[in-house]
Ligand binder design. Structure first.
Ligand code: ZN
Length: 97
């Protein structure tokens, strides 16, 4: 698995299965969350106040936490506030501020 740290941009190849916990260069545990938030994978930015969307859960349930982490990072960075609730189909996200 090719990995790029969202914090220090270090690139490395993870030999173990699964997502590495830390970046081997800067030792940040947030390396992947930063990257997800950066890539706008979930497109929180397009939500206007009052609008909502359901982000489908990833195939692997443990990746569900990454969506919420990316949303937390985005919310923190942009000072926007989001209501969120888990549903059967995915994570319901509504922008409230
Ligand atoms: Zn790093």
């Amino acid at each position: 698995m090719q990995c790029i740290c969202g914090k220090c941009q270090h690139e490395w190849f993870a030999r173990k299965k699964g997502i590495p916990r830390r970046c081997p260069e800067c030792h940040s545990e947030l390396w992947n969350g930063l990257r997800e938030a950066k890539t706008k994978k979930y497109d929180f930015a397009s939500l206007e106040v009052g609008q909502s969307k359901v982000i489908p859960w990833p195939e692997k349930t443990e990746h569900g936490a990454k969506i919420q982490f990316a949303l937390n990072m985005f919310s923190y960075r942009t000072k926007r506030k989001f209501y969120r609730q888990g549903t059967n189909n995915g994570l319901f996200v509504q922008r409230i501020k």
